[in-house]
Design a protein around this ligand. Structure first.
Ligand code: PLP
Length: 368
């Protein structure tokens, strides 16, 4: 959809693009400065698991933000959270192994699992459950072939987060299945609209320390998607295996990017709250328009920067095509295991966002 939107634009048509999953902010100025200074120095290869300064900064950030302690040997840096997740799956999965993926899901998870020769087990999570997996549905999906359970909160595309109690319930199930690892993708942890601190399953279930890989990075929080820096923290043996994969594919993520990531993590953090406030304004402005539609039912997301309205009728691909023709690009929910929904990103300026939402309401409500 993003590509088609770009083609329509190149042909001179005005298209509001609500497809993109990346912040529209600049990276922090101190991160850019650190990169500029570093780029003028000779930078050779760095360790495959990341420069020591970044492993330390990632550990410190988890101590500061989530009260979690890790050692240096428990941190692996990669080219974005995406590569860390792929490396972890590649290092551990074999043919026939199963990976539980609650739907809606980030579109890359099932493909990554398939690329590793394993089987994605998609567990639908209804809008009624707030798009969250429940202990019962998790238990029903677990088998003796389950190697990983993927959790992502705030979720892409649902924005759903988990409370302390709901994580406690999931952890009880996971304790009964000791051969399954848990991957907690927390890349949107800093983009949240509720009160209180972010809660990770790693905090709720410290006894599962040896089975949890927590993944984070600078892409979303610090608007540094193109810098390609992410990390995973978890048991040292898993981190060693992740690093072995990393060594043989791209050696390491660019040293200059890692230096910028250290500056982002260790520099002033006020911009995180400021940006959240901006995202919240956009979310509320978009919701106010979308909720006027007779054809859409839109939950308020707890975090991330997406809305996932449910269509009252018709399929999502047809709706997304009609909307594109009317001048607004969205992504059909089917791409995320959410057929019958549309994903809209509100990581765009408020005027375009409001214009896009008005096009959506006018177009869908105009369909008999
Ligand atoms: N995890 C989720 C849920 C995402 O939505 C994304 C990006 O869209 C990523 C991971 C990838 O992040 P990175 O840029 O660090 O590879």
């Amino acid at each position: 959809m993003a590509r088609r939107a770009a083609e329509y634009r190149a042909a001179g048509r005005r298209i509001i693009d609500l497809t993109l999953g990346e912040p529209d902010f600049a990276p922090p100025a101190h991160a850019v400065l650190a990169a500029q200074e570093a780029a003028a120095r000779p930078l050779g290869y760095a360790p495959a698991n990341g420069i020591p300064e970044l492993r330390q900064a990632a550990r410190h950030a988890l101590e500061r933000d989530r009260a979690l302690s890790y050692t240096d040997a428990e941190v692996a840096v990669g080219c974005g959270a995406k590569q860390v997740i792929f490396n972890a799956l590649f290092a551990t999965l074999g043919p026939g192994d199963e990976v539980i993926i609650p739907a809606p899901y980030w579109a890359s998870y099932p493909d990554m699992v398939r690329l590793c020769g394993a089987v994605p087990v998609i567990v639908p999570c209804s809008a009624e459950s707030g798009f969250r997996i429940t202990p019962d549905t998790l238990e029903a999906a677990m088998t003796e072939r389950t190697r990983w359970v993927l959790l992502n909160a705030p979720g892409n595309p649902s924005g759903a987060t988990y409370s302390h109690d709901s994580l406690t319930g999931l952890a009880e199930v996971l304790r009964r299945h000791p051969s399954a690892m848990i991957l907690s993708d927390e890349i949107y942890a800093h983009i949240r609209y509720g009160e209180g601190e972010y809660i990770s399953i790693a905090q709720v279930a410290p006894d599962l320390h040896e089975r949890i890989l927590l993944v984070d990075g600078v892409s979303k929080a610090y608007a540094m998607t193109g810098w390609r820096v992410g990390w995973g923290v978890g048991p040292a043996e898993l981190v060693r295996r992740i690093t072995a994969v990393q060594t043989q594919n791209c050696t390491q993520t660019a040293t200059v990017s890692q230096i910028a990531a250290v500056a982002a993590l260790e520099g002033p953090q006020e911009l995180l709250a400021q940006r959240c406030a901006t995202y919240r304004q956009r979310r509320d402005a978009a919701l106010a328009i979308l909720q006027q539609s007779r054809h859409l039912d839109t939950l308020e997301p707890d975090g991330a920067f997406y809305l996932l309205p449910r269509l009252a009728k018709g399929d999502d691909l047809t709706a997304a095509n009609s909307l594109l023709e009317a001048g607004c690009a969205t992504v059909p929910g089917s791409a995320f295991g959410a057929p019958g929904h549309l994903r809209l990103s509100f990581a765009t300026d408020i005027a375009s966002l409001e214009e896009g939402c008005r096009i959506i309401v006018a177009t869908l409500d105009g369909i008999p």
